[in-house]
Design a protein around this ligand. Structure first.
Ligand code: CTP
Ligand code: MG
Length: 634
């Protein structure tokens, strides 16, 4: 590749996400790394830092990486350039080379945008936005004062392919190291995180003429610290901030009365219609804009081609943001939480338990709550139940959103670390053992109490929504999908047991996590893009029955009461026979085609009864968990 002579101005930093070869500062993405308290960054501070970076950033399409020198010179006219990230995105059959430029100050970006010209107006609608392209160079104007003395590195992040990840895992020392490596290789990168906030900023800027206070916040896996590279971007749009109004001001804006003021939901749907038209017609890079307005939480779905991500935009859904904060806190509380969640989400994805498409299956969000619930049930618990964080909340932690109380402790620096010292390997095994025995049929899970309770209604899987406690976050899951999950859990349990028993014979075989993944046949032709999606079920369009919210009704059981101690591990055949009761036709077909386990597992069922059950008896005695009553120690 030929570089212009002045290339030394910029160095390219390749950021391979493989440990431990990369200097720490290049992939320092999630701020809080190890254990409760240590280097913890509160969620609000994280979000405000990222929003601030987005306000100073410009996304530029360039001809190729060598143009970065030129781009640096052009941008330096307007202010100091702090960082530059390069990536390639594919649009159809064309690769686009993109550089995200971070200025030192928002004013520098403003100056740059004021000098930016519109493209020739030939069937193109010129739009003012921080998405631009660098045209071919022309003779430099005399007054151009490039900041020649300065230098900015071009950061390129390389995420390992599936093959590279597998190679790395096969070379790991043990299962715990594999789990850690999955996390390090797959977590959202620095650039991934910046681009998500920047994509939010784009919509904010697009609406700012009419709504200068419009605020778009990312939520979900983009910010809750459980997001993979390429995870979707969930966004909440708030058009104005009523809490920030000074009621003593004498001048008041004229405004139109909403035509459907009596029904806020209809008002919101109308606004979303307009916003989706704006995205579709004017905002660069937005494609495939679809409205799903009948859902419990109405959303606009679209693809942002230039930042290469799928986006879901909702309004008046602040509780989703606080839910993400809650998950972020749990991820920060103990350094094992995130790696474990990543490993289990990866396992579920590879075994087709979860799917990128909405439907009747377990979502990543539900799966994450299952992991958190399990970590509250270990002995001693790895993380405390939400009610502990609620009890520790101070005045600064009080939040409500749409009448939902979202108050819980925000600053984890005052919480002590868990006494649980289990390895990631032990926790992963424990997860599969725990849910292999869990009585999903009768019991629901509450991470508020960190305990299970009698299911208040007949959903196959009942996971209480931690913030809107009368809702079940997994109401969409059908019995057949729950049974799929259980079958895969049993399968995983066998696999890990097999690995431990035959470790020395297996040097050439896929082992540990690699033995859990791989070729499970895709069970769901109906999971593709053309799927007929049960949006009603997915988004809880109908009102739900009211499950228990009071402590009395929750019927708290001791730690392992949900699993009968003398319960036999059912054979594959037994499971299959039981399952056919639920969905005679469809289920039988699925069992034949997809759910029968590989024949090499048959012998292991008997071994499991002997060995695994014995192991449980040693490892988990029904001791009551003692919560230390010292203030701030849970
Ligand atoms: N959410 C919720 N209740 C639900 C489903 C989702 O409160 N029944 C909120 C959660 O905060 C969740 C967010 O909406 O994190 C986004 O949902 P989704 O995109 O399905 O899950 P993610 O956590 O973002 O995971 P993924 O990586 O699969 O997108
Ligand atoms: Mg998401």
């Amino acid at each position: 590749m030929l570089f212009p002579q002045n290339m030394p101005l910029l160095r390219t930093l390749k950021c391979n996400i493989i440990l431990p070869r990369i200097p720490f500062h290049l992939y320092n993405r999630n701020y809080c790394h190890s254990g409760a308290g240590e280097s913890f960054v509160p969620f609000d501070a994280l979000v405000s830092q990222r929003r601030n970076e987005a306000r100073r950033s410009l996304l530029v399409e360039v001809a190729g990486l060598p143009s970065s020198v030129d781009l640096h010179q052009v941008c330096s006219q307007y202010g100091a350039v702090q960082k530059m990230f390069h990536y390639t995105t594919r649009q159809g059959s064309v690769n686009k080379e993109m550089i995200l430029v971070e200025f030192d100050k928002a004013e520098s970006l403003e100056r740059a945008l004021q000098s930016t010209r519109s493209p020739p107006i030939d069937r193109i609608i010129p739009v003012h936005s921080p998405f631009v392209w660098l045209s071919a160079s022309q003779p430099a104007p005399r007054n151009r004062k490039a900041n020649i003395g300065s230098s900015t590195d071009i950061i390129q992040e390389t995420v390992p392919s599936d093959e590279e990840l597998q190679l790395q895992l096969s070379q790991s020392r043990d299962l715990s190291e594999q789990i850690q490596n999955v996390y390090e290789c797959q977590k959202l990168t620095e650039l991934g995180s910046r681009l998500r906030f920047f994509t939010c900023r784009q919509v904010e800027v697009a609406l700012s003429g009419l709504f200068p206070q419009a605020c778009i916040l990312p939520f979900g896996s983009s910010v809750n610290s459980f997001g993979r590279v390429n995870c979707d971007l969930d966004m909440i749009l708030e058009l104005f901030d009523v809490s920030n109004q000074d009621s003593t001001q004498r001048l008041v804006f004229q405004a139109k009365k909403s035509r459907s003021a009596a029904n806020p939901r209809i008002t919101m749907q109308r606004h979303m219609e307009v916003i989706s038209d704006i995205l579709d017609n004017f905002v660069p890079g937005c494609s495939q804009v679809r409205k799903i307005l009948a859902a419990r939480v109405p959303i606009i779905k679209y693809r942002q081609d230039l930042t290469d991500m799928e986006c879901d935009l909702s309004m008046a859904n602040r509780s989703g943001f606080y839910m993400s904060e809650m998950l972020y806190l749990y991820g920060s509380m103990d350094k094992r939480v995130r790696p474990l969640v990543f490993a289990i989400r990866k396992w579920a994805k590879d075994r087709h338990v979860t799917s990128p498409y909405a439907g009747r299956w377990v979502t990543n969000f539900s799966l994450t709550l299952l992991v958190l619930f399990y970590l509250m049930k270990t002995s001693p618990p790895v993380i405390p139940p939400l009610q502990t964080l609620i009890k520790l909340a101070g005045d600064d932690d009080v939040r409500t959103a749409d009448g939902i109380n979202c108050t819980f402790l925000r600053d984890l620096r005052i919480v002590t670390a868990s006494d649980n010292k289990q390895s990631l390997e032990d926790l992963l095994r424990g997860f599969f053992e725990f849910y292999d025995k869990f009585s999903f049929k009768e019991r629901g899970l509450s991470i508020v109490r960190g305990d299970d309770f009698v299911k208040p209604e007949h959903s196959a899987l009942y996971i209480q929504n931690p913030l809107e406690r009368e809702l079940n976050v997994s109401r969409n899951v059908t019995l057949e999908e729950l049974e799929r999950l259980r079958t895969e859990i049993t399968h995983a349990r066998y696999r890990l047991e097999e690995y431990t028993q035959h470790i020395e014979e297996q040097e050439q075989q896929p082992w540990g996590l690699l033995s859990l993944w791989g070729t499970s046949r895709k069970p769901q032709a109906h999971r593709g893009l053309n799927a007929s999606i049960d949006w009603q079920g997915v988004f809880h369009i109908q009102e739900q029955e009211t499950p228990p919210t009071s402590n009395k009704q929750l019927n708290v059981l001791p730690v392992h009461a949900a699993t009968k101690s003398n319960e036999k591990v059912p054979s594959n055949g037994e499971k299959a026979r039981n399952n056919t009761k639920f969905q005679p036709v469809e289920r039988t077909k699925m069992l034949k085609e997809e759910l029968i386990m590989p024949s090499d597992l048959n012998g292991l069922v008997t071994k499991l009864k002997r060995n695994v059950v014995q192991k449980n008896a040693n490892g988990r005695k029904n001791k009551k968990q003692k919560m230390n009553k010292v203030m701030y120690k849970w």
